[in-house]
Design a protein around this ligand. Structure first.
Ligand code: KG4
Length: 472
């Protein structure tokens, strides 16, 4: 339980006990007692004060004095809970919260970074016994970001603040592309142009704000259909320039990863991410919010593309992956044996084109012989095969990296069997994180949250790029 106190007079004894056990130069009891302008949050375990954090707020600036947990109670996430509560209670009342930390205190620095504190300075030789530099870390109040996404067949806009989604509007073009069995790029660009103003207006109105309340504009500028991307990029550029707002370019796949930060507020890097979407299948190590290491990727078709193309041969509507998941029943590998891809070289790479060809050939052969294919069973067999491959590669990557946190991202992570089977990995000691189904497909909320962690800024020369690796 965490209790809040203004001033130290009632709790000086308890705070002193923690200080004394944690620091070589603890606060004096009288100093604590007379800290009448200081706010204390104290963590109680079975009635005993075992940890605390204190902050002074002066003219909208918050200064954290100390955060300490009794040695016997460490490694129980108590500091984390105190920091979370402190930010929840005090950041809304400040412009920023700042603190100093010993340069060598890696555990504390990790905690601050996890809460999105950024290093903003150094105080040379600030500490004594032993003498050491202090690093200054600062957490700024999250900006309100207007995010725009138009990389494929969804025109989307959202207003986000940190990891919070204040509004999320998606205008999909799927019905129109369905007529052609896939996305027609030229039509996509035209529809984006028609929809974008209305979608942005709706996102602002749903978030109960106007452009005047927005602090920055974020936009997907890579990778995607070039004509479609350009609509969003030019709209965002125009708005940012006219309003004098910062412009944040966002990589579409990093957005998909960030969808997990919305759904799982406690998720922090490092983790292993399996990105499965219509155009990409990538296994990567997310070292930090803006630091990605690609471990493996598809050499041909993406998992979503394999689902979509097989579904088309099965006579299902676009986007076939969704339909295929709905109609799939019980898999039967004896009835429809499907090949397992074998690859030389990087064992974390994927290949789905052989599987796709096998399914399409199976259907065509049956048609030529006038035989009927049990589509729900074939769909389930394919779904199971793709899931087996994804799980096998992800476990191999987890073993290689030693990472126990597994995160799924991208449109295909909406697949019911993939979700179920990955969740089962929790029985093998993994922590598995999935985005909520509404954030699996393309949306702008994920772009806004990714932008919150991006350092890059764009200007009038910002361009769109059809292809771009995840770590570019
Ligand atoms: O991430 P996304 O919305 O777009 C890209 O950025 O590529 O992914 C779209 C892909 C499509 O291939 C679609 O068929 C697939 O995600 N998908 C699914 C499911 N829902 C969407 N695939 C299998 N099962 C699903 N339930």
């Amino acid at each position: 339980m965490i209790k809040e106190y203004f001033g130290g007079s009632d709790i000086a004894e308890q705070i002193y006990k923690i200080e004394n056990a944690c620091f070589t130069r603890p606060w004096e009891k009288d100093v604590i007692k007379n800290s009448d302008k200081t706010c204390f949050l104290v963590y109680y375990q079975d009635g005993e004060a075992v940890g605390y954090v204190s902050i002074n707020i002066v003219l909208g600036e918050g200064f954290i004095n100390n955060i300490a947990v009794l040695p016997d109670f460490r490694r129980r996430k108590i500091a984390r809970k105190l920091m979370g509560k402190l930010i929840e209670l005090y950041l809304p009342r400040c412009e920023y919260i700042t603190l100093e930390v010993r340069k060598s205190n890696a555990a504390a620095i990790k905690l601050y970074k996890d809460y999105n504190f950024k290093q903003t300075g150094v105080r040379k030789n600030f500490y004594r016994d032993p003498q050491e530099d202090a690093l200054i870390y600062t957490l700024y109040k999250a900006q309100k970001i207007l995010a725009i996404e138009s990389s494929c067949d969804e025109t989307a806009a959202a207003v986000t603040q940190g990891r919070e989604v204040l509004s999320n509007v998606v205008a999909t073009q799927i019905d129109e592309h369905r007529l052609y069995g896939g996305v027609v790029p030229e039509i996509a660009s035209r529809r984006h142009l028609e929809a974008i103003s209305g979608v942005v207006e709706q996102a602002l109105s749903d978030a109960n704000c106007t452009v005047d309340d927005i602090d920055a504009v974020a936009v997907t500028n890579r990778p995607g259909l070039i004509g479609a991307l350009l609509v969003g990029v030019n709209f965002a550029k125009g708005l940012a320039l006219q309003r004098g707002l910062p412009l944040i370019p966002v990589h579409h796949l990093r957005g998909h990863i960030a969808a997990n930060y919305i759904t799982n507020q406690d998720l922090t890097p490092p983790f292993l991410c399996l990105m499965i979407s219509g155009g990409n299948t990538v296994l990567c190590k997310v070292n930090d919010y803006d630091d990605f290491e690609i471990l493996g990727a598809t050499r041909d078709d993406a998992a979503g593309e394999c689902f979509d193309k097989c579904a088309r041969a099965m006579g299902l509507n676009y986007p076939g992956g969704v339909e295929l998941d709905k109609i799939a029943t019980v898999s039967d590998n004896k009835k429809y044996p499907l090949p397992t891809p074998s690859l030389s070289g990087n064992h974390l790479d994927f290949s789905f084109s052989g599987l796709k060809t096998a399914v399409i050939n199976l259907i065509h052969n049956a048609q030529q012989k006038g035989e009927e294919v049990d589509i729900p069973v074939l769909a389930a067999t394919l779904r199971e095969k793709v899931t087996d491959i994804l799980i096998e590669k992800t476990i191999a990557a987890a073993t290689q990296t030693g990472l126990k946190k597994i995160v799924l991202a991208g449109g295909v992570s909406a697949n019911s069997e993939i979700r179920r089977r990955f969740k089962e990995l929790e029985n093998q000691g993994f922590a598995v994180y999935l985005p909520k189904p509404e954030y699996c497909g393309d949306n702008a909320a994920m772009i806004g949250v990714a932008a919150f962690y991006e350092k890059a800024r764009g200007d009038a020369s910002l361009n769109a790029y059809a292809t771009a690796p995840l770590n570019d």
